[in-house]
Ligand binder design. Structure first.
Ligand code: ZN
Length: 127
């Protein structure tokens, strides 16, 4: 499972950081997930929950921030590529759905930049 290997990486980083700071417990983790990463946040959080059992990170609150991708056009326009209106209700629009976005200035297809990253923003520990 894709989410499981990502969760392992996140968990390793969290534990390494906690150890380095001699933490007694991990209270919260804030993740930043780009809108183009095909990650299911519920699955990711479930995996993290399983991994952290019997560790100092057990019960840590996991916050997920979604970062929308940006679009760039050859005319010079650059902005939030967002999500087309009809897809706004869907939680996880696919790469294709983003790729059909067009430039609001000239109507050409936007090139997507950013939005495919997944990183740990903050780790809240108790010492
Ligand atoms: Zn344009």
């Amino acid at each position: 499972m894709h989410e499981y290997s990502i969760a392992c990486e996140i968990f390793d980083t969290v534990m390494a950081t906690a150890e380095k700071n001699k933490a007694a417990a991990v209270n919260a983790i804030t993740l930043e997930i780009g809108g183009l990463t095909h990650v299911n946040p519920e699955q990711l959080m479930f995996c993290l929950d399983v991994l952290s059992r019997n560790s100092i990170a057990e019960g840590a609150k996991v916050n997920v921030n979604f970062v929308p991708p940006s679009g760039e056009c050859e005319c010079g326009y650059r902005g939030d590529a967002g999500v087309p209106d009809k897809l706004r209700d869907e939680d996880h629009p696919s790469l294709y759905e983003y790729a059909i976005q067009t430039c609001p200035v000239c109507g050409k297809q936007l090139q997507l930049v950013d939005g495919d990253e997944l990183m740990i923003r903050t780790i809240d520990i108790e010492i």
